[in-house]
Design a protein around this ligand. Structure first.
Ligand SMILES: NC(=O)C1=CN([C@@H]2O[C@H](COP(=O)(O)OP(=O)(O)OC[C@H]3O[C@@H](n4cnc5c(N)ncnc54)[C@H](O)[C@@H]3O)[C@@H](O)[C@H]2O)C=CC1
Ligand SMILES: O=Cc1ccc(S(=O)(=O)O)cc1
Length: 481
């Protein structure tokens, strides 16, 4: 099947316009992945009405019953994991092993919130009146809009949808039009899990056609979004002042390599953090701040390691890097490679790949720039591609000052064996996630996730137990006889 529809009020339905858009495989544009409903404001309004109508009964349902829906959806994901991972690779390009891992983590996220959401309780407070009890309780917000990107088309929406649903909200979900098929599969999973009609609604389409209809609707009580800073700003401007927002935005994530680091391990962190997912992770490493005395040895090992990377269609065995996910992303990365050549020294890589394995896809060689000024554009702006900027530093104080000197603060790592550096780094770095001798990428379902500075827009963290907070409001009750 290659024709996919919206999911509204428990029914699979075509867009009101009757139009569809296509998604093609970024590794080989000749392959059609599917055709999807090209929705507009009418479809969005139908989905919001459906979610509003479903809300009273869903919030009244026992949390254990809501949990069963998530648990059964997780079982459906597990049962279909092989096909889902394949579709995920076909639609956005990541290597199959990473897609398999993502589907497994998505099921895990549904199970995690099925359990945690049932004990997301309030507190009792000592009362100044013996005839009065005082307590707080958590209540759902209502209709929540979930807007997600293409780089993690299963795990990012899952960690928004699962906490929203378990706490009694209903959802209108708009996946990226560059990875809509995995969004369709999430809706299938929840339908198979027994979500009542209207509890989860899926609307596919271009941001320009559905964006503000969804985010500005007065019935939508909260918008949870992951994507670019530019889109985040637009959404922020479009919502009513009473609409709660949660935005996970970009990063310019540093890896600091100290003079005492195990250089083989540091290279591993740079390659995995910078190039896995072809650099298209918000937590991807993009700046390497390396102490001068080990810089030459580090770069030499890094280039040797890069020469062994296999770049091809993610469905092939042993692939390290797939294509960039979209033509727009491909053009952006090529543009930044040209900017980098003006600003710094290209030490390796950076060519657009052609030839038998690559000619129909968006493939580029991973690139390393050295002699990069900390204020160069390639050291300050999110590229979202396999491009590493190596910046020389004089020691710990210089490294931390430069690491903190961007508008972002999502994830940061240090390679060192010195406990003093470890201690100071965990204190000094302005970043929502801090890693010691681990990659900037990768985060656990059960731990909080979010950024400092321009990397997140609100104090509400995603993921982990605190990921439930965004989706509830607190009511304080004073109850006397
Ligand atoms: N933080 C992250 O995980 C991600 C960051 N990005 C960054 O964004 C850049 C561009 O990628 P895009 O796919 O164009 O991301 P984007 O931020 O434009 O799109 C992300 C999602 O938001 C939706 N969207 C965009 N504008 C909207 C609006 N005004 N109202 C409602 N929904 C809206 C899109 O349809 C998509 O579902 C990348 O180069 C990268 O720098 C992209 C994807 C993920
Ligand atoms: O791109 C940002 C990002 C990367 C990974 C994840 S998840 O841990 O797979 O959910 C979330 C956000």
């Amino acid at each position: 099947m290659t024709e996919y529809r919206n999911f509204i009020a428990g029914e699979w339905c075509a867009a009101a316009s009757g139009q569809s858009f296509e998604r093609r495989n970024p590794a080989d544009e000749r392959e059609l992945v599917g055709r999807f409903a090209a929705s507009d404001a009418r479809d969005v309004q139908a989905a919001i009405s459906s979610a509003s109508a479903a809300f009273p009964a869903w919030r009244a349902l026992a949390p254990a019953k809501r949990a069963q829906v998530l648990t059964r959806a997780a079982a459906w994901l597990d049962a279909h994991a092989a096909d889902l991972a394949r579709d995920l690779t076909r639609e956005m390009g990541k290597p199959l092993a990473l897609a398999q891992d993502e589907i497994a983590r998505t099921a895990q996220t549904f199970r995690f919130y099925a359990v945690e959401g049932q004990t997301h309780t309030g507190e009792t407070f000592p009362s100044d009146d013996p005839d009065m009890v005082v307590y707080s309780q958590r209540e759902p917000l209502g209709v929540v809009a979930v807007i997600s990107p293409w780089n993690f088309p299963a795990s990012i929406p899952a960690r928004k949808i699962a906490p929203a649903l378990i706490t009694g909200n209903t959802v209108v979900f708009k996946p990226s039009s560059d990875a809509p098929l995995t969004g369709v599969h999430l809706a299938e999973a929840l339908a198979a899990g027994g979500a009542p009609a209207g509890v989860l609604n899926l609307v596919t389409g271009r941001a320009g056609d559905v964006g503000s209809a969804l985010t500005a609707a007065p019935e939508v009580r909260a918008v949870t979004f992951t994507g670019s800073t530019a889109a985040g700003e637009q959404i922020h401007r479009s919502v009513a002042f009473t609409t709660r927002t949660q935005m996970e935005l970009g990063g310019k994530n540093p890896l600091i390599v100290m003079e005492d680091a195990d250089l083989d391990q540091a290279v591993d962190l740079a390659v995995k953090g910078g190039f896995s997912l072809t650099g298209q992770a918000c937590t991807g490493t993009s700046r390497i701040l390396v102490v001068k005395q080990v810089r030459a040895a580090f770069v030499e090992k890094l280039l040797a390691r890069m020469a062994k990377l296999k770049i091809a269609n993610g469905l092939q065995a042993g692939v390290d890097l797939g294509p960039l996910a979209t033509r727009k992303q491909y053009e952006t990365v090529l543009r930044y490679l040209e900017i980098g050549k003006q600003e710094a020294k290209l030490a390796a890589g950076g060519r657009a790949l052609t030839g038998p394995d690559h000619e129909h896809g968006f493939f580029v060689e991973p690139a390393v720039f050295t002699d990069v000024s900390p204020h160069a554009r390639i050291a300050q702006e999110e590229i979202f591609g396999p491009v590493l900027a190596v910046i020389d530093v004089d020691g710990y104080q210089d490294a931390i000052a430069k690491a903190n000197d961007t508008p972002y603060g999502l994830s940061a790592a240090i390679a060192t064996r010195n406990p003093r550096y470890v201690h100071d780094f965990c204190r000094d770095i302005q970043s929502g996630t801090v890693k010691v001798n681990r990659t900037t990428t990768g985060n656990l379902t059960n731990a909080p996730f979010g950024g400092y500075k321009a990397s997140s827009s609100s104090g509400f963290r995603e993921s982990g137990r605190v990921g439930l907070d965004f989706f509830t409001q607190t009511k304080t009750v004073y109850r006397a006889f």
